[in-house]
Ligand binder design. Structure first.
Ligand code: ADP
Length: 450
């Protein structure tokens, strides 16, 4: 087993990884930017090395610095967390070249699934249902329009290298296609340095249902059930829960089987997520595969009792999966709400600041993943997500009751700091959320973002 793992990330996910390493008796190295010298991840790790200035490009995305730090500190593996370099196949390849294990899938799987167009084609070949769409990347707008006209509207334009909802546009009618295609393309070029696009039929009133998979290097693959992430703001997840209210055992089995098939087609090992869209007639389609740990992984951990980070580490070490499909049971109901430093009244604009008062709830079935502490100055250079509240109840009603109680207790105040806590509290009390009327919630969110 690894003796020392470098955690190439920051914030709550870095803290969460460090904690699992500690439990496993593995030493940790934190990297941080100059803006993060006092950050919790840097304090909790056995060693912390400041690798560069605040900008991500010079620190958390600086591959050479990170690898030099791993070599200098004698780390034998790197966990990338999510975001930053977690889906960068060049970084994974560089790790291997330096004799350092990348805790994630192979570079080939990352490349093949990271290109959404290639991923679609792999799934078609494997017999996993995909959304009707273009088979090859499209760069020319009129070519794209001809395709969209032929399958009929609405369609969704997506970036081949996309993520985080960027470079994505819904087009309701032919007249709007060219303009939306060009803006999506520009956005994609800016965000991902790639302006190849693909076009899919837009599936209305669909649920975003994703399956967590775990696969080892010996060909064993299991799924750990689904997460329902339909509640989104600007195509970005806000609330996630497991199980989904719309899946029964039979459909779960069928979609779980498709998820395992998808992972096998990707020659996958490590933890990964297969994202599906499920329409109102219970037909499901592969959307994409995320080749990393996800923000919302704790809801799966709460209902299955499996520590996904520990499993990723064991798999990277070459061990066989410690669990079989028949041993995975989903128990109760878990929900996650993301707390952001932002102002819901002002179009959700980021509002970081210094934390002066902090209180988190505790108790049975309440989990807080956060890197906050009193006196901490939240830097403005990174993501606005500052904490996750995850609850686990015997059923959805109990989970909602726990979330309401937990959110009602949270205090995060400070100089210049605003959060979405009150907004989330209103949401958990909202009749539409309680009834899981996700369409109504999403419409409300859309209105607030205008
Ligand atoms: P990203 O990787 O940028 O998050 P995804 O492909 O996962 O992009 O899509 C983000 C969200 O957009 C999905 O969760 C879903 O709600 C919506 N979406 C994506 N494709 C479609 C589609 N073809 N029809 C309807 N909604 C879609």
């Amino acid at each position: 087993m690894f003796e020392k793992i470098l955690v190439a990330n920051r914030g709550e996910i870095a803290v969460r990884i460090i904690r699992s390493c500690r439990e496993m008796g593995i030493n940790t190295v934190a990297i941080c930017s100059e803006a993060d010298k006092d950050a919790l991840h840097a304090q909790l790790a056995d060693e912390a090395i400041c690798i560069g200035p605040y900008s991500s490009k010079d620190s958390y995305l600086n591959m050479e610095r990170i690898l030099a730090t791993a070599v200098a500190t004698g780390a034998d593996a790197i966990h990338p967390g999510f975001g930053f370099l977690s889906e960068n196949s060049r970084f994974a390849a560089l790790c291997e070249r330096c004799g350092i294990t990348f805790i994630g899938p192979s570079t080939e799987s990352m490349e093949n699934m990271g290109n959404k167009s290639k991923a679609r084609n792999t799934m078609v070949k494997a017999g996993v249902p995909v959304i009707p769409g273009t088979e090859e990347p499209v760069i020319d707008a009129s070519e794209g329009k001809a395709f969209a006209d032929s399958i009929g509207y609405p369609v969704i334009i997506k970036a081949v290298s996309g993520g985080g909802g960027k470079g994505m546009r819904l087009v309701e009618q032919s007249e709007d296609f060219i303009e939306k295609f060009e803006t999506a393309k520009r956005e994609s070029k800016n965000a991902f340095g790639d302006d190849s696009m693909y076009i899919e039929k837009y599936i209305g009133s669909a649920r975003h249902i994703e399956f967590q998979v775990l696969a080892d290097k010996h060909g064993n693959i299991v799924h750990l059930g689904e997460r329902d992430c339909t509640i989104q703001r600007r195509h970005q997840k806000m609330i996630e829960e497991s199980p989904s209210v719309v899946l029964d055992d039979e459909l779960r089995k069928e979609m779980g089987k498709a998820a395992v098939k998808a992972a096998r087609a990707a020659n996958y090992y490590s933890a990964g997520t297969i994202e599906f869209l499920l329409d109102s007639s219970n037909t499901f389609y592969f959307m994409e595969m995320n080749t990393r740990i996800q923000v919302e992984h704790p809801v799966t951990e709460m209902v299955t009792g499996v520590d996904l980070i520990k499993e990723m580490i064991r798999i990277a070490d070459g061990q066989k999966l410690s669990i079989k499909q028949s041993g995975i049971k989903m128990r109760g109901h878990a929900i996650e709400f993301r707390i952001n430093a932002e102002s819901p009244e002002n179009g959700f604009l980021p509002r970081p600041g210094k934390v002066t008062d902090l209180h988190f709830p505790g108790g049975n079935g309440i989990r807080i993943d956060s890197a906050l502490f009193t006196g901490y100055k939240i830097p403005s250079f990174y993501d606005a997500m500052i904490a996750k509240v995850i609850v686990h109840g015997r059923d959805r009603k109990e989970a909602i009751d726990k979330m309401r109680s937990a959110l009602g207790e949270v205090v995060i105040t400070g100089d210049g700091l605003e959060t979405n806590i009150d907004f989330l509290y209103e949401l958990v009390c909202n009749e539409a959320f309680i009834k899981s009327d996700v369409e109504k919630i999403n419409k409300m969110l859309e209105k607030m973002c205008r």
